[in-house]
Write a protein that binds this ligand. Structure first.
Ligand code: ZN
Length: 249
């Protein structure tokens, strides 16, 4: 399995990696859909939706502030580092993530396409300009935009909201044109991101799923590594390096 993946990586012109909550779970960030995950104790519609924010701005703002603090204490794990290394070893590895925690960047991935935004940034609901005042971000109520006075919100994609158009378009185009597609630690249930591995499959890519739990795409993919990414991805790197050494000697 690993040697076939290494071979595919070596001959690929374009590689796409899609990561989900499972990758960060190993860093201690709970996943949305785990039975014992954080969200089962809260009502997501109240905390992560525009309606929830408008009807209870302070609660939602404080919830995101707490999540930001929680996430800033977490560190990347071997899965994040292996993905960053893959991007350095091979040209044209595009990384798309559904995670908002910025751990890929911390691990050294220079270009990361964030499908669901991120927990670090905030912006104005009205004029959309970024809000960067540290003191305002620390307050217990959403601060007001310095340009138009609008309400400042976290730059995450909430339930019921569209994904950032340019990022999603880039992801869809890349899924169509890539040779190898990795679906890592994602439940493959949340559309439209869930479509990406299927688009890749339909367009002839070699699709690898890395996930200790089976998902709706498990029976469709070419290779399944049923381990956490922190275990599987370093092995992918190791095997790739071994293969390159072998073939180029
Ligand atoms: Zn504004």
């Amino acid at each position: 399995m690993y040697s076939e993946i290494a071979k595919r990586l070596y001959s690929a012109d374009k590689i796409v990696i899609l990561t989900g909550a499972g990758v960060s779970a190993e860093s201690g960030i709970q996943t949305f859909r785990d039975p014992d995950g954080l969200w089962t104790k809260m009502n997501p519609a109240e905390l992560a939706s525009i309606d929830g924010f408008l009807s209870n701005p302070d609660l939602v703002w404080q919830w995101y502030k707490a999540r930001r603090e929680m996430m800033s204490s977490k560190k990347p794990n071997p899965g994040h580092y292996a993905i960053a290394e893959l991007q350095k070893l091979i040209p044209n590895v595009l990384l798309f993530t559904q995670n908002i925690d910025r751990l890929h960047q911390q691990a050294g991935s220079e270009v990361v396409y964030e499908l669901h935004g991120n927990i670090v940034e905030n912006h104005c609901m009205d004029c959309k300009k970024p809000y960067e005042d540290d003191k305002g971000c620390e307050s217990d109520s959403p601060p007001k935009c310095q340009f138009c006075g609008g309400k400042v919100r976290p730059s995450v994609v909430w339930f019921g909201e569209m994904l950032p158009y340019e990022v999603l378009k880039k992801a869809q185009e890349s899924a169509i044109s890539c040779d190898v597609f990795f679906s890592i630690g994602t439940s493959a249930e949340v559309y439209p991101a869930a479509d990406l591995p299927l688009i890749a499959l339909r367009n002839g890519a070699y699709v690898v799923e890395v996930n200790p739990h089976r998902t709706v795409i498990s029976d469709l993919v070419h290779a399944r590594l049923d381990e956490a990414s922190g275990l599987a991805m370093p092995k992918v790197i190791e095997e790739y390096k071994r293969y390159v050494k072998e073939i180029e000697k």
